[in-house]
Design a protein around this ligand. Structure first.
Ligand code: TRP
Length: 331
């Protein structure tokens, strides 16, 4: 049987957090044997917010290094740069003509970002979900691993695909969101009611994948908990402790009950130290591989060029089919 197709991507906005790793990359690694996986660096999406050009270029390369350091095998996965694949912006333009202003107006991420960047509400920010739809539909992806915040974008992708299919006949596969286990939502260490974000201004709220072991220990020591002093899972009443338990559970592959038992009768001090050490232990080899890769830009280039080639081969036929169906002259 043919393997199902997975596609996902992360924007090239610099320093990823432990949340990105446990919520996304770590799950991707688990899928590489079972599925035909395409993972891109969403650099075109990154342009919707003003970025320093050199920084964006550097972040793109660092993110590729991080994908591989996190365990994505470039032999098993197609790892590529979005802007290198002509089908993404080309298909996006066509799909723009089949997407309504009213639909895009409902996107909560657009509203959030427009409020946050009121000085630069550009049309790219508005049509961001259409480019994302093109990313996904161009590969006929079955499953799209994303966080909760991207679910609405998956829904609009399906709506656009269905509309196109009903007008021109079966063309696109309808993709489904693949929400990972607990990992889908790692919360901030200072505000455990909000997702851990790379843009958080309070450094203590986020663990960066490039943090030193001492920084990591310090951040977990200062993590917000509660006054019960009992390691018990309850997202509502004990968001801080529950978040730490999730982090520990993913890394150690343990259930919440097992963790409750392990720390039964022990206070938060012991527990926090254990979580910090688990994170340090997991990130140390990752950081080592990451730094080695960054010192070898030729190797990185070889990896993404190989991925780019496969991605172009994969998408070219469908793009032509779409062009033909809407009435463009093909060949
Ligand atoms: N919008 C996604 C995010 O910010 C990144 C992304 C771009 C993506 N294109 C995609 C994710 C296609 C999944 C599939 O998280």
């Amino acid at each position: 049987m043919e393997k199902k197709i997975i596609l996902s991507g992360i924007q090239a906005t610099g320093n990823l957090t432990l949340g990105n790793y446990l919520g996304a990359l770590n799950n991707w690694v688990e899928m590489q044997d079972k599925y035909d996986c395409y993972y891109m660096i969403a650099d075109l999406h990154t342009l919707t917010i003003r970025k320093d050009p050199e920084e964006l270029r550097q972040n793109t390369l660092s993110l590729i290094a991080l994908y591989i350091a996190a365990g994505l095998d470039p032999e098993k996965n197609t790892i590529f740069i979005q802007s290198h694949i002509p089908a993404h912006p080309s298909l996006s333009w066509v799909l723009n003509c089949y997407t309504y202003m009213g639909e895009l107006n409902r996107m909560t991420q657009f509203k959030d970002k427009a409020a946050k960047h009121a000085d630069n509400i550009n049309s790219g920010l508005f049509t961001y979900p259409v480019l994302m739809a093109a990313d996904i539909l161009a590969y006929n992806a079955d499953l799209v691993p994303v966080g909760d915040d991207q679910k609405q974008h998956l829904e609009i992708t399906r709506d656009i695909a269905e509309r196109f299919n009903s007008l021109y006949g079966e063309t696109f596969k309808l993709p489904e969101a693949y929400i990972g286990k607990v990992g889908a939502r790692i919360m901030g260490l200072q505000d455990p009611t909000a997702k851990m974000s790379k843009s958080a201004t309070n450094e203590l709220d986020k663990v960066l994948l490039t943090d030193t072991p001492d920084d990591i220990r310090k951040k977990f020591k200062k993590a917000v908990t509660d006054s019960e002093n009992k390691v018990r899972y309850d997202r509502e009443a004990k968001p801080g402790v529950s978040n730490l338990m999730s982090i520990y559970g993913i890394i150690k592959n343990k259930s919440m009950e097992e963790i409750e038992k392990e720390f039964d009768g022990q206070g938060y001090g012991v527990f926090k130290t254990a979580v910090a050490e688990a994170v340090v232990e997991r990130l140390e080899p990752l950081q080592k591989r990451y730094n080695e890769l960054l010192e070898n830009p030729e190797k990185l280039k070889e990896i993404y060029q190989k991925g780019d080639k496969k991605a172009i081969e994969k998408t070219d036929k469908l793009l032509k089919e779409v062009y033909r169906k809407v009435g463009l002259v093909v060949d």
